[in-house]
Design a protein around this ligand. Structure first.
Ligand SMILES: Cc1ncc(COP(=O)(O)O)c(C=O)c1O
Length: 427
């Protein structure tokens, strides 16, 4: 029955929508999802780093139901209560100085908004992004996206005046340097770009994921972001951080930028902001946002009352349930255990991350990426009741992104399954 339904879905749903697991989920709660036969799976993907407070948190469900009874749409024709409350709450948790917001529906839409705001404010055209980053699938966001050629192939021409520089991915340094003898050649490359390809005074913004998501869960050196901030200040370039995946407590801080002690001029957030309801936001310093004149940007559904109500509940839960501290503690435990596994299994080349945004990179004996092996590990985990997904330019990295409510015992249970799968597949 379930197989029939999935088969018929494949006849009517575009194959472009690549659904990871052939399971038909009927209900979900916390870290678990359940199919129609009563089989329960641990979801350590959080529905793509989105259900940060767990699936169907009772307080989020209550807020959604209450708002649905009262008002479900405004179309930006009038104000509504959640739209008034949410930005005030967001201002409390975003980096100091980010104090005005524009709401939209998806991560890509927020990135488009950020790019438009940067060009509008600066009256400059150039945009600098980093190779391996993912920013979404609309034209502007896709032009910046380089985490895989499959997201770009056949879609030329792209948005003009976009330049790319290598992301500081120290485990696979583009310049072949070792972390203990790093000359920050990646930063020098960026400076060279300004000498050869585009003058910095023509650059509107530099856009970066503070922790690489889709591109492999990579944590860049603190120094790199600090230098980037100074470079932006020197040339009047807007520093845009895309926190769509790394935000909302995922890295054990409200936003990953806090780990690097840098404040962006503009930032994007989505995914975990409303626990699965469609909502995203562009946040910016008010001096920048205030110049975006009425009608210069807009939306019909952005800031939808139900999504905003879900976001208000989500923010309260993260705060009141101490989920940042939980993410820190359980994330530390997970990295410790995974590093132990790395010692025992040579196919695990690197373990890295912040909070509950952890990457586990699989390699062959010569250190090259081992995509096929990873696929087998993921299939084996699914069979044993654990949902995990991959990331990385070579699709050889497990992205461990469980809900922030995960307890140490639940993490242990999930990692037991993962370890068993690695043992079965890697021997
Ligand atoms: C960093 C980042 N930016 C933007 C996006 C695009 O978000 P959406 O799929 O909601 O458009 C994603 C999605 O994975 C992301 O990880």
């Amino acid at each position: 029955m379930k197989d029939d339904l999935i088969r018929s879905a494949k006849e009517v749903l575009t194959p472009a929508l690549s659904i990871h697991a052939d399971i038909l989920v009927k209900s979900a709660r916390g870290i678990y999802v359940e199919d129609g036969t009563g089989r329960r799976y641990i979801d350590f993907t959080s529905g793509l780093a989105t259900t940060n407070v767990g699936h169907n948190h009772p307080l989020v469900m209550e807020a959604i139901k209450r708002q649905a009874d009262a008002l479900i749409h405004s179309g930006c024709i009038f104000y509504h209560e959640p739209l008034v409350v949410l930005p005030v709450m967001l201002r409390e948790v975003t980096p100091q100085g980010i104090d005005m917001f524009f709401f939209s529906n998806s991560g890509a839409e927020a990135v488009e908004g950020a790019l438009k705001l940067a060009r509008f404010y600066s009256r400059r055209q150039g945009i600098v992004a980093f190779t391996s980053c993912f920013h979404g699938r609309t034209f502007g966001a896709m032009t910046l996206t380089t985490s895989s050629i499959r997201y770009r192939r056949e879609y030329q021409p792209f948005v003009p005046s976009v330049y790319h520089s290598p992301y500081p991915y120290c485990y696979r340094c583009f310049f072949g340097q070792k972390p203990d003898a790093c000359g920050m050649d990646c930063f020098e490359y960026l400076e060279r770009l300004f000498r050869h390809l585009v003058h910095p005074e023509e650059v509107a913004c530099i856009v970066m994921e503070p922790v690489l998501g889709e591109g492999g869960y990579v944590v860049p050196p603190v120094e790199f972001l600090k230098r980037l901030r100074s470079l932006c200040d020197r040339w009047g370039i807007l520093f845009v951080l895309d926190e769509v995946q790394s935000g909302m407590g995922r890295t054990a801080r409200w936003f990953a930028s806090e780990h690097f002690e840098v404040v962006p001029d503009i930032m994007t957030m989505a995914k975990g902001i409303a626990s699965g309801m469609p909502l995203s936001a562009v946040g910016a310093k008010s001096e920048i946002m205030m110049r975006w004149s009425p009608g210069a940007h807009g939306t019909t559904f952005g800031g939808n009352p139900i999504s905003c109500a879900a976001a208000i509940a989500t923010l309260k839960i993260i705060e009141e349930e101490g989920l940042l501290e939980n993410a820190r503690q359980v994330g530390c435990y997970a990295q410790e255990r995974l590093n132990g596994m790395k010692e025992r299994f040579p196919c695990i080349g690197d373990v890295r991350g912040l909070g509950l945004m952890i990457g586990i990179e699989f390699v062959q004996n010569d250190g090259t990426p081992f995509k096929e092996l990873l696929k087998k590990v993921l299939d084996c985990c699914l069979e044993k009741g654990l949902i995990l997904i991959e990331c990385g330019v070579d699709k050889n990295v497990i992205r461990l992104a469980p809900p922030l409510i995960v307890s140490r015992e639940e993490m242990e249970k999930g990692l037991d399954i993962l370890e068993e799968a690695v043992r079965v597949v890697c021997g």
